[in-house]
Design a protein around this ligand. Structure first.
Ligand code: AMP
Length: 114
């Protein structure tokens, strides 16, 4: 069995996804279980499992994910705002161990999250 995460398999086109953005370093696709009218995941193509395992050389990559989120939010018409979230680790609610930035929008979002 492959030890690749589901997101690595999406990057390699082994399983389908509704991809809304892609470049040499990142990909964005719609979450299969959306928690808001717009729910998109922005991921690095580099397989990093958790924030803890990012290193200094990844600084630009992480910044790139935020800038991709900005582009995708504009593409999706999210002119009234949106939320960007990294769930990290067990208590953070992370379920897929390939870091990903959630872009949520299309409705007013409450705070604090659950
Ligand atoms: P997290 O809980 O922060 O690790 O988020 C993982 C997210 O990946 C969840 O919101 C899932 O709904 C989403 N997800 C899992 N499998 C897929 C898939 N095949 N395509 C798109 N989104 C997925």
């Amino acid at each position: 069995m492959s030890d690749k995460t589901i997101f690595a398999r999406i990057i390699d086109r082994e399983i389908p996804a509704d991809i809304v953005y892609e470049d040499d370093r990142a990909m964005a696709f719609r979450d299969v279980a959306p928690q808001a009218p717009i729910h998109i995941l922005i991921i690095p193509k580099k397989p990093v499992d958790m924030i803890e395992n990012l290193d200094d050389a990844d600084e630009a990559l992480v910044g790139h994910l935020v800038l991709v989120a900005k582009k995708v939010a504009a593409q999706e018409g999210l002119t009234s705002g949106y939320r960007l979230v990294f769930n990290n680790g067990r208590d953070g609610g992370q379920t897929v161990f390939h870091i990903h930035l959630h872009l949520l929008g299309g409705r007013p979002l409450t705070w604090p999250p659950g």
